[in-house]
Design a protein around this ligand. Structure first.
Ligand code: ADP
Ligand code: MG
Length: 708
């Protein structure tokens, strides 16, 4: 037989045209698809919990006999169907809403299996449980008396159908599975072979075997992914000639001497990573991760000075004009005393100036260009670009690095991000970048006290803010909306997945209305300002200047202040409807305060309606550590949503869970990278099937699997 695993399922016993259509809706076309259609969970039907021993509040499997059935309408006219089930030790009621057809499905005296959360009101019940009717006479060896798989199903395919299909396919086709992983790997990592794994992932003989089967399947999936990443990284590193830099030199010495502070350990480590990369013969490809305020800019400046010392130019790309300006100011302060010529390049400069800037850059009269990436894209040419720094990379999307390459440069590349990316994700999403992490904030920072308070305390909050204003401090008041008539915005990507669930339906505060109220009533004795995204750049700039000069005491705004504003005297942040913001947003917002010598306070006003929103608020209240917050965020939203829907860097993962199975990911990565280091072209015979599998899985997308 050519490839038995590709046999279409309609050739199987008991699968007619109708059922095969249903199955194809689940993505099942061939025998192989059946083998890899993994159960969502398992039930231990070798023993059932007696009804009298059921634990309230837990998901459990119940077996019993139907004793009564009843249908009725709720006051809302919703049909309710209910059965009572007994196993001689007790009675439990199963209730379904809106499924009136179930009354034709169940009969008195039937044996049933129910799975759901057990609750107790006046009686013991399970609401909307999964259900299965046990065959009456046959010795039902697939469905009972063992650990049973429960598959993701559709309404038209019952568990029994799916189970008998997979049982049939496993007994007939498992022997055609080919082991792709080399034997030495199976032995070294104690990974079971593929036949054992597939058999036991569907019909495990014990939970221990299930565990082994799962580990094997996830290991293979992660291993393939990491092989692809390793190949990609190797490509970047070896194909291109790097611009090998000399680290020792006067310019860098003077730069270091002029620094007004002692570097933190994280900064020192990042700098030494960067120096090592830039002095090697391959181009650097490094991600610099550090929370807001961790001091990434100095590290970037250090790298810029290094490239300039070696006769090259540097460019820094920021996601917004505001940020570009700010970088320009900071870098100018650090670089200009050293005689380094640095320019700002943003939209809206007049054509003549632009033209002369361009020619200065091309002739090498300019050493550092700071701008937004849009400006840099337009036909800008360098004399000798040595280093490209991309700030806040996740906000850009995906194309910067390849864009630079298309220009024919192989500069060193440093990507900076303030989104603390948990290690779990970094290994997959940024798997082809080297990573430096700055964990700690510079010494002497005052921690920010964060309080979550409910609406009822609003007056107290205002009084507290007034006390601080009277001490000379300034405050931010952040609202989720610009005006009341505005539709609730997609607060960036933060809750894109559950807009209705987590955003709630309560009234939202808007910046414009809040501004009116605070200016005329609450803070009438103080200067109040307004800032939002619909104002012109000029207006915004004026407001920001006045706030910085402390002319404005209370700044009411939308999340436009999320990035890049630095006013050390602003020590209070009041966030309205804090439940409507994502965790990452709250964290970034809070990073605007705590920048000076005074105590800072972040107050979250929120009456959250969902459990998830409360978890977010508690997380923000409970820690200042961006990495910890990111982990919580990742756990609440899951990897797919973590970066928002616009992020396409995340490879599809079908079987494993990159959070839960992080240990397997690390193992797979270690093995994959060492394999690629030893046998980069997969020439060794025991790697032949792996290569085939890789090409099959990524089908020419090898350079696309990680486009971040
Ligand atoms: P971010 O990582 O958010 O870009 P910045 O580079 O803007 O952080 O640094 C935040 C502030 O901390 C700046 O005012 C900077 O001058 C200051 N800073 C950076 N490193 C140190 C240090 N080692 N000690 C004291 N202050 C520092
Ligand atoms: Mg920064």
């Amino acid at each position: 037989m050519k490839n038995a695993l590709k046999t279409p399922i309609r050739y199987l016993k008991g699968v007619g045209p109708k059922r095969s259509e249903e199955l194809s809706r689940l993505g099942i076309e061939t025998v192989e698809d059946v083998l890899y259609y993994l159960p969502a969970r398992y039930e231990d039907r070798s023993k059932f919990t007696p009804i009298k021993d059921l634990k309230i509040g837990e998901y459990q499997t119940i077996q019993g006999e139907v004793i009564t059935l009843s249908s009725r309408l709720a006051r809302t006219r919703m049909p309710i169907f209910q059965i009572a089930v007994t196993d001689q030790t007790g009675i439990v009621h199963a209730i379904w809403f809106n499924q009136p057809y179930l009354k034709d499905y169940f009969r008195r005296g039937q044996k049933v299996i129910l799975y759901g959360k057990v609750e107790k009101y006046d009686k013991l019940q399970v609401v909307q449980p999964e259900y299965e009717i046990v065959a009456e006479d046959e010795a039902d060896s697939i469905n009972i008396g063992r650990i049973v798989p429960v598959y993701p199903a559709t309404t038209h395919l019952t568990q029994r159908h799916l189970r008998s299909l997979s049982h049939q396919v496993i007994s007939q086709y498992t022997r055609y599975l080919i082991e792709r992983l080399p034997t030495y790997l199976l032995a070294r990592e104690k990974v079971v072979d593929i036949k054992f794994a597939i058999r036991n992932i569907h019909f495990p003989t014990t939970f221990a075997n299930l565990e082994k089967a799962y580990r094997r399947i996830v290991f293979e999936e992660f291993f393939m992914l990491q092989l692809a990443l390793a190949l990609k990284k190797k490509d970047i590193k070896f194909k291109e000639e790097g611009l090998s830099h000399k680290v020792a030199g006067e310019l860098l010495d003077s730069f270091k001497k002029a620094l007004p502070f002692e570097l933190t350990e994280g900064q020192k480590k990042a700098i030494s990573d960067i120096e090592r990369d830039m002095s090697s013969a391959r181009p650097m490809n490094r991600l610099l991760e550090g929370d807001v305020g961790s001091g990434k800019t100095v590290v970037a400046a250090h790298a810029l000075v290094l490239t300039i010392q070696n006769g090259f130019q540097g460019v820094l790309m920021a996601p917004t004009e505001v940020l570009a300006r700010q970088h320009f100011i900071v870098l100018s302060e650090l670089c200009m005393p050293l005689g380094i010529n640095i320019v700002l390049l943003i939209g809206g400069i007049d054509p003549k100036t632009k033209k002369s800037l361009y020619s200065d850059i091309k002739e090498g009269k300019v050493s550092v260009v700071v701008g937004t990436h849009a400006v840099i894209q337009e036909g800008l040419e360098f004399k000798a670009l040595g280093l490209a720094i991309i700030d806040e990379q996740h906000k850009f999307g995906v194309t910067q690095r390849s864009m630079l390459k298309q220009k024919g440069y192989s500069p060193h590349i440093l990507v900076m991000t303030a989104t603390p990316i948990p290690r779990t994700l970094a290994l997959t999403v940024y798997g082809d970048l080297d990573i430096s992490i700055i964990k700690e904030l510079p010494k002497g920072r005052k921690p920010i006290a964060t309080y979550w308070v409910e609406e009822e305390k609003r007056e107290d909050v205002y009084n507290f803010i007034k006390e601080e204003l009277n001490k000379g401090r300034q405050a931010y008041v952040v609202c989720p909306l610009i005006t009341n008539s505005q539709v609730i915005p997609r607060l960036r990507s933060a809750q894109a997945s559950h807009p209705s669930a987590s955003l709630g339906t309560g009234k939202s505060q808007s910046a414009v209305e809040m501004y009116e109220k605070l200016k005329t009533e609450v803070f009438s004795g103080y200067e109040v300002g307004l800032l939002h995204g619909r104002m012109s750049s000029n207006e915004k700039e004026k407001v920001m200047r006045d706030f910085k000069k402390s002319k404005i005491k209370v700044l009411v705004s939308t999340i436009v202040i999320e990035v890049g504003i630095d006013v050390p005297n602003a020590t209070i942040m009041l966030i309205e409807n804090a439940e409507k913001f994502g965790l990452a947003q709250l964290h970034q917002l809070r990073g605007r305060i705590g920048r000076g010598d005074h105590e800072s306070y972040c107050i979250l006003l929120a009456n959250p309606k969902t459990e998830e929103a409360s978890r977010r608020l508690k997380a923000i209240e409970g820690t200042l550590d961006g990495f910890q917050i990111a982990e919580v965020d990742l756990n609440i939203r899951g990897p797919g949503e973590f970066f928002g829907t616009r992020q396409h860097g995340l490879p599809e993962i079908r079987f494993g869970n990159i959070l839960k199975d992080f240990g397997i990911m690390e193992l797979a990565r270690k093995e994959a990278f060492s394999l690629v280091a030893r046998d980069p072209n997969f020439r060794e015979e025991h790697h032949r099937l792996l290569k085939e599998g890789l090409l099959y899985r990524f089908k020419g997308r090898l350079d696309l699997i990680n486009v971040a």
